[in-house]
Design a binder for this molecule. Structure first.
Ligand code: ADP
Ligand code: ADP
Ligand code: ZN
Length: 225
């Protein structure tokens, strides 16, 4: 039974993964799993996992694969158990991030008899990364993402949904952004190449307005084998 939709979103920091992930998951009615959001929630709640991960996140490095993969495994398994016989569809945002994580990820999918339909690679240039991230603001309550110029909140610095004051992510500082971009190129590019060889990559130009990017993603997934 391999007819469930499993997709992965990959792209540089600021490529628009989080922005697109919510809409894509809604469109296909699949469960969205964002490792960045889960890790930040753990940091916020000061869990053991969060305290360990914070050291890496603050510097823009990847949290250890063991932590992230066991976290993912729990989410997938509990979700699959809750949905016996039902459609098991997942959209992963920000995971897997490198070949090491991917190996463990493939093992989990195999155990559950699931396979990846498409790897959506949102491609943007480096200068746009800085433009996007220095102007990014998020809602600490619902994780909704805003941009001061392209997607501002209706009322000054407040989440449209929660009316909570928006914050700047700790890791959206120039030095940390620079390191995240380097880490991305060093560790995530090889993963994109891995899936390219398997003909699984749907490459999307991320430098369009968000609605057009969404349309491209959906038509790309629909064409993926
Ligand atoms: P990622 O999850 O890949 O780091 P986000 O979805 O958080 O990226 O987007 C980064 C920033 O860029 C946010 O401020 C978001 O509002 C903005 N953004 C996302 N997509 C677009 C787009 N297509 N055009 C302009 N700004 C965008
Ligand atoms: P962005 O795509 O904008 O860099 P994310 O929210 O995906 O943002 O990730 C923020 C930080 O969380 C990363 O820099 C890293 O420290 C940590 N993180 C997120 N996903 C992973 C992952 N799969 N493996 C390891 N660390 C991760
Ligand atoms: Zn909110």
């Amino acid at each position: 039974m391999k007819n469930n939709l499993i997709c992965v979103l990959i792209g540089a920091p600021g490529a628009g993964k989080g922005t697109q992930a919510k809409n894509v998951a809604n469109y296909y009615n699949c469960k969205l799993i964002s490792t960045g959001d889960i890790l930040r929630e753990n940091v916020e709640n000061r869990t053991v996992l969060g305290l360990e991960a914070k050291k890496y996140i603050d510097n823009g490095n990847l949290a250890p694969a063991q932590i992230v993969v066991s976290m993912i495994k729990n989410v997938i398994k509990s979700s699959v158990e809750n949905k016996a016989g039902a459609d098991k569809s997942f959209l992963f945002d920000g995971f897997p991030r490198d070949l090491e994580q991917n190996k463990l990820f493939e093992q989990i999918l195999d155990e559950l008899n699931l396979s990846i339909k498409g790897v959506i690679y949102i491609n943007i240039e480096d200068d746009i990364v800085y433009e996007r991230l220095t102007n990014r603001r998020i809602c600490p309550k619902c994780n909704r993402v805003y941009h001061l110029k392209f997607n501002p909140p209706k009322f000054d610095n407040l989440c449209d949904d929660c009316k909570v004051k928006l914050i700047t992510r700790e890791d959206d500082k120039i030095d940390v952004i620079k390191n995240r971009l380097e880490v991305y190129k060093q560790l995530t590019y090889p993963l994109i190449e891995y899936y390219r060889k398997k003909n699984k990559v749907v490459e999307i130009n991320g430098n369009k307005n968000a609605d057009d990017v969404l349309k491209d993603i959906i038509s790309g997934i629909n064409c993926a084998r």
